[in-house]
Design a protein around this ligand. Sequence first.
Ligand code: GLA
Length: 705
Amino acid sequence: MIRKRGQFFRMDTPNTTLVIDAERAETVYYGERLSGACEFSAYTGSGRRLFSVFGRSGGSEYSVAFFHSDGGFTADFSFARAKVSDAKPVLPDLPSSYGEGKTLELRYTDPAKLALHLFFTVFEDSDVIAVSAQLHNAGKKPVRLQRLMSLQLELPGAGYRIHTFDGAWGRERHETVHTLQNGTFVNQVSEGYSSHMHNPFVVAEGPCGLFGFNLVYSGNHKEAFECVGGVTRALIGINDAFFDWEIAPGESFFAPEAVVCFAPDEDALRLRMHAFVSEHIVRGRWKKRERPVLFNNWEGTYFDFDEQKILAIAAAAKEAGAELFVLDDGWFGKRDSDTCSLGDWQDNAAKTGGLAQLGEKVRAMGLEFGIWMEPEMINEDSDLYRAHPGYAMKVPGRTPVRQRHQLMLNLADERVQNFVVRAVSDVLTRSGATYLKWDFNRHMSDCYGKGVPAGEYFHRYMLGFYRVAAKLAKRFPGVLFEGCAGGGGRFDLGILCYFPQIWASDDTDARMRTDIQRGTSYAYPQSSIGAHVSACPNHQTGDDNTLAARFNVACGGVLGYELDPTKLSEEERAAIARQVAFYKEHRKTLQFGSQYRLCGEGVEGYIAVSKDEASAVAVVNALNVLPGQPDLFVRFKGLNPSCVYEVTRADPSAAADGETFLAGGDLLMHGCLPLHGLWEEKLAQHCSGGIVSRMYLFKKTKQRS
Ligand code: GLA
């Protein structure tokens, strides 16, 4: 709801309030929801500006910067108008959140006939506020935009703890905390994709609570925090590195949408972010729909497979209870290694028998058929490259950087966009696939497109990618797209607007996944996180973990298996069948329940609580169990304190569950449950270096505590 009182606009979400002084362009208040009528005049003049420009705003990081054609580069925006409407702004070719809500549009004008529009959207049911910015050139000369941040929020005081989610291939989104007392802290990426290194999601933790920020964008991003004149300025938007965008007379530039959420603590912030993504970002058929359990052949076979092998894996997957079989890389062109054929999306019929036939055979087993593609890429050793070398992203006369032997396609070019739409459509139609794993296995290096100005390249690429993704999502509404980028290199809200789930990491080691999934699930709901059980020793770390531990950890996301089940023992296959049956039984809670992270001395895990609080599944992982160590403890979360629960040590991987006990929700949440016998359990696992993982199942009883 948005209410106006003089120059003040008050935006209420179910649990938060944002108050803006439109005339002064200031944030008056942002935090816990205010009750009743408020008088804001004593709180104004805070100097917490909604935008900043060179020369007038202090500091060194501004939200808007541009060059006029006469050589000047200052700006002097003053308030022009404010408007509340039911419609969100349309951001051409950019993904954005959707749903019923109200939008406040503020307009500030500069004497050089530039207008800065700021949009704030509040949804009835969400504590996340969507913000975007537009710069319009109503003058007669072009303006060169150097930066337009989507959101500026100035927070009172200094000393904020900035949480970022960082890593590399195989260890994405590990949480790091930096305290900002003075100066500037920047979380940014300039290699053309949201990246393995620094996710666009950041949190500023201050004395009143936490502010979570994210960007609905998959390209270069920047989240800057600067202490200026007693406030901490947060700037969220496209990275201005190599950015220089000409706005012609009569035209506008639209910055992608940013989102912000205030919450009193981490649990609340996670839940608010999850609810927002499920309700206002993920769309179409898969919105809030249970995701199938899949088997993927990649780690089971790599490139070494034929039709017979694939059908044997699919048959074993079906026997284990899988619902979807996914054929990964290696089915097209002459691709038996990663050196060739990207771009040649024609069947290697000698290897697979042809996609149409293979798809039919898999479906005849009672499984859905899914397929892998890497549509934005090209190998120089491909018919596509030989026919259209100009489709590749390559600077004329220079030797390109080849990563994984491949180049990128120049999606800033409409012809290339059309090629990709055609190629993906053909594969989906031919194979009848109802799932597509959309991979992206390298960063951008040789950015170049004929006729594309250098400073516009990165963003034009993203606009091209979104055009393609939007067309395909519309053309194939039933297909479940799973985003992937060398594992989890493009896990962001932009991708989630088209692809409802994303492969979190190529690293499926249970210990590594605890950190990766904990970091990822801070901002993104578990229904969006691809999580697989793979073979041991793990192909990325060389470490062992029990099948039970691997399953327990994978249940924190969308469960899949990434191995060759025909190579497993009868016992292991039976255990997997029990795991899949258990997952299906509790899938609604695991994928769409309220997920809280559990933490304590030496333990970590999660609990997923059903929406009606009647049941829950928890996983508790002891990461380093040592001899002679005193008992570790766990406290659960999210249960109903006044209900009694029957708690079972569940072990779907074994033939029988462990002990059961009764306890009130309050004791389970406030008391410390001792984890007896961890060391004995670790020794019995015969799994050197593995974690000890336990699963608990909670069922509400009729008794009251
Ligand atoms: C990437 C993906 C893997 C797999 C390979 C295939 O690395 O992250 O899951 O699909 O590509 O080449």
